[in-house]
Ligand binder design. Sequence first.
Ligand code: HEM
Ligand code: PLO
Length: 434
Amino acid sequence: MGSHYVVVVNSYRHAREVLLKKGKDFAGRPRTVTTDLLSRGGKDIAFASYGPLWKFQRKLVHTALSMFGEGSLALERIICREAASLCETLSAAQDTALDMAPELTRAVTNVVCSLCFNSSYRRGDPEFEAMLEYSQGIVDTVAKESLVDIFPWLQIFPNKDLTLLKKCLQVRDHLLQQKFTEHKEAFCGDTVKDLMDALLQVRLSAENSSPLEPGLELTDDHLLMTVGDIFGAGVETTTTVLKWAVLYLLHYPEIQRKIQEEMDHKIGLVRHPHLSDRPLLPYLEATISEVLRIRPVSPLLIPHVSLADTSIGEYSIPKGARVIINLWSVHHDEKEWDKPEEFNPGRFLDERGQHIHSPSPSYLPFGAGIRVCLGKVLAKMELFLFLAWVLQRFTLECPEDQPLPSLEGKFGVVLQVQKFQVKARLREAWRAAS
Ligand code: HEM
Ligand code: PLO
């Protein structure tokens, strides 16, 4: 592709070799025009090349996420607060056709906003509206193997996508800078309320006592781009999966009914779902797994780069090659999946339908190995709780006067869902119980 040597990996065996067996050989990232703009030359995590600073940033975020998030009841409380607010909005819109996307986005945004900045947005908040707009512009224009990323010299010509990306990044940068300044002013070093504080504290302690090793200095740009990554990834990925899940439930009402029956039976209608209910709801878990298979959020992952001369299967791969893992083909491989185009959560359940398992190793929705997704645990918590809350109360239907919306994705840095409307009908059983 252009002057780059690009290898596309289509089978799970080769994908696993690249990501797991030879993970370190392939842990690099390419530098491209658009991702360099997004990450100020790779000062984030996702688009940064392999090296000590990238490792350090990943470790810091991992620790911070497990501290405020994954292991703590506080996070469950935050997600449930947002799920309750989402349900209220759906109740208010009863029986009218509604675009759920902005509401799902706000719920998910408020979870990462709490984690990153200890703040959240109300409905109609102008800052939230601005974020929706700039983020859409970035998703549409960044890292989609566009021509300027393949032929960098093309950036000297006027380019609509690049102009839009730069405009959106200005808005994002202003917002990030504002949060950063507020945090720096309020930070006293004792209490760490969120990811931004956690990063500031690491830097402060390095300045005061144990200086960081050379090459591990975290500049303001590194802190900003790291938080920008978690915020951006946290919002766009989980929201996209929720939209796909809702869309598939409109197409497969019998699957929606089965989830609801499982919930009525195992949880009932007098209390809301908790994370500890996950083992009780294998059919819901299997549905989430199937959504992640049939419409992978990141169908080509993020490109990897070989850091040494190496090989994949019987092929020699020179240092510096770009390696694209075609997750779409891994997830739709007919040799591994029975009728791969069919949406069938049952394939992720054991014979008695009580436990979830992957029927094939050809399944890597979060990638694997050194570059595996940093937000996997958080994303799974959110997907489970948001869907459980909504489906306990509502049946989601396609408005009568509209055709079933298309299941075709729109390719970008994430596989996007085309706009569609939903009617959220309060369930009779829920109405009667409450
Ligand atoms: C990377 C999937 C949610 C943060 C990735 C990759 C995939 C992925 C496929 C690329 C792996 C590779 O290049 O080999 C998903 C899916 C999600 C999700 C399916 C939701 C269901 C999240 C969330 C966060 C997050 C909620 C943040 C809290 C990241 C980061 C990376 C990443 C920082 C880059 C890792 C690196 O390059 O070292 N994710 N992700 N993701 N994800 Fe996620
Ligand atoms: C989404 C738009 C935001 O405004 C900026 C942003 C930051 C991190 C990116 C994310 C975007 C898209 C999804 C990415 C994530 C890092 C890891 C994740 C690429 C561009 C995935 C799925 O790989």
